[in-house]
Design a protein around this ligand. Structure first.
Ligand SMILES: [Zn+2]
Length: 460
């Protein structure tokens, strides 16, 4: 059998690995979009015939792991898409949102380009393609149950502790034992459980992510402290804008702000806007998947408490309600997507608040190279938003401890439980990150560490 690496090589985006079994059956692990400087690759054709794919196995619902599925369906895929129930529920809203955003961006671009006489590239897929994709979704029974999908191919989904429903995969393929990490979670996050350890101790090969391959996170407690301090410092005079991923990070933030308010650390009068229809829908999906919750969250539910509500929290679904936030000059926390500021309502809020020195932007997630978020974090003095130059006068905070990803030590701990003769394939990280992780794995005594380039194939 062989594994082709069709994404997430030298980047954190575009996750997609193609497994071809000895009798030429084809299985994809994830089907994510490329983002930031790799984005153009989404438009090139797949190096396989989508019709020949029997299964897509999903690790979790982030767009960089599922965002090319509608393109796959549009181009002939007719197999099954397997994932945990929570992953598939999240995937539905994420794909619809992605399709809508693409068509909106297309219309805006087209207006601008038509004036200049430039051709505008068609979106990757339409809302109809995204909806069609869902008819191939087949939820699995849950974590820790081995299922046989083809003769000689079994899979067990284990809790990866990354986002709601996330999993790493333990597979046997033609007698070879292979583990795909998907994205591994950071320990001690609220709501969901910590990552499971690998049960397949005699794996022949492990494909592991390296998003934070060179770095250690601050603890969640320290990060909460930083968040609280940034809020307290800014809110009396300005607004706080938080670009946030709609899934997990937005719910984590609501969870922390609820705690701050309940503990009297933050005034109950502070207005909090969750200005993201996607994050609002995701919050409802969280409420429906209590089977993914950790002990602490279950305990709160037992006490009949709501994890995600508190005084002065506003869910703004409509455009009108969102635009009204523009009239507020101070005392508001605005949580909006997208998390890396590549699209969505966050761009409007940045346009209104980024130039004001009394405001703050708090980055609480990874910013990939080439994104607007990364440019702001890297300290650019002015950025372009919707064709306008906006000065970066607001105070910029970067709090990395809230990451949904394991840090270097957590990844090493996770991998280290297997035999040192296991081949370790390091993916899903920018080059410096995966080099650093590979170096550490070598120091730990792993004999064979591979860093595939895009389209490389490993044969077992
Ligand atoms: Zn992820």
């Amino acid at each position: 059998m062989e594994i082709s690496f069709l994404g997430a090589c030298g980047t954190v985006t575009g996750s997609m690995y193609l497994i071809t079994t000895d009798n030429k059956r084809k299985i994809l692990v994830d089907g994510g979009v490329f983002q930031g400087e790799w984005e153009d690759l989404n438009h090139s054709s797949f190096p396989f015939d989508p019709y020949e794919i029997d299964y897509v196995i999903l690790t979790h619902a982030h767009l960089d792991h599922i965002g090319r599925l509608p393109k796959l369906v549009k181009e002939g895929f007719e197999g099954k898409i397997l994932g945990t129930p929570a992953t598939l529920d999240l995937a539905r809203i994420i794909l619809m949102d992605a399709a809508k955003l693409q068509s909106e961006e297309f219309e805006t671009q087209k207006k601008r380009n038509d004036r200049k006489g430039i051709e505008t590239r068609e979106p990757l897929y339409t809302l109809e393609d995204a909806i069609a994709t869902m008819s191939y979704f087949k939820p699995i029974g849950g974590y820790d149950k081995e299922i046989e999908i083809l003769e000689g191919v079994t899979i067990t989904w284990r809790d990866a502790g990354h986002i709601l429903g996330s999993a790493f995969l333990e597979m046997t393929i033609d007698g070879h034992k292979v583990v795909f990490s998907g994205d591994l979670g950071n320990r001690n996050k609220p709501i969901i459980r910590d990552p499971e350890s690998i049960k397949m101790k005699d794996a022949e090969l492990i494909v592991v992510e390296s998003t934070y391959g060179s770095r250690l996170h601050k603890s969640i407690e320290e990060s909460k402290e930083e968040l609280l301090n940034a809020l307290k410092e800014t809110l009396p005079k300005g607004n706080v804008v938080i670009p946030s991923f709609a899934i997990e990070r937005a719910q984590d933030l609501l969870y922390y702000i609820r705690e701050f308010k309940e503990e009297g650390l933050l005034s109950k009068d502070v207005k909090v806007f969750l200005d993201s229809p996607l994050a609002i829908s995701a919050t409802n999906i969280f409420r429906a998947h209590k089977e993914c919750f950790d002990d602490e969250a279950r305990e709160l539910l037992k006490q009949k408490r709501d994890l995600f509500s508190f005084p002065n929290l506003f869910f703004t679904r409509s455009k009108e309600a969102s635009m009204e936030i523009n009239n507020i000059k101070s005392g508001a926390i605005i949580i909006a997507g997208s998390g890396m500021c590549t699209g969505g309502r966050i761009k409007h809020h940045l346009k209104h608040n980024l130039w004001r020195e009394e405001c703050a932007v708090i980055f609480v997630g990874y910013q990939a190279a080439g994104t607007l978020g990364r440019r702001i974090v890297d300290g650019e003095e002015e950025v372009e938003i919707y064709g306008e130059t906006v000065k970066v006068n607001a105070k910029i905070y970067t709090i990395n401890g809230f990451s949904a990803h394991a840090d270097q030590q957590e990844i090493l701990d996770w991998v280290s439980s297997v035999d040192k003769n296991t081949k370790v394939v390091v993916t899903h990280g920018e080059e410096v990150e995966r080099d650093a992780l590979a170096e550490k794995l070598k120091e730990l005594g792993f004999n064979e560490i591979l860093k595939p380039k895009l389209k490389d194939i490993i044969t077992l």
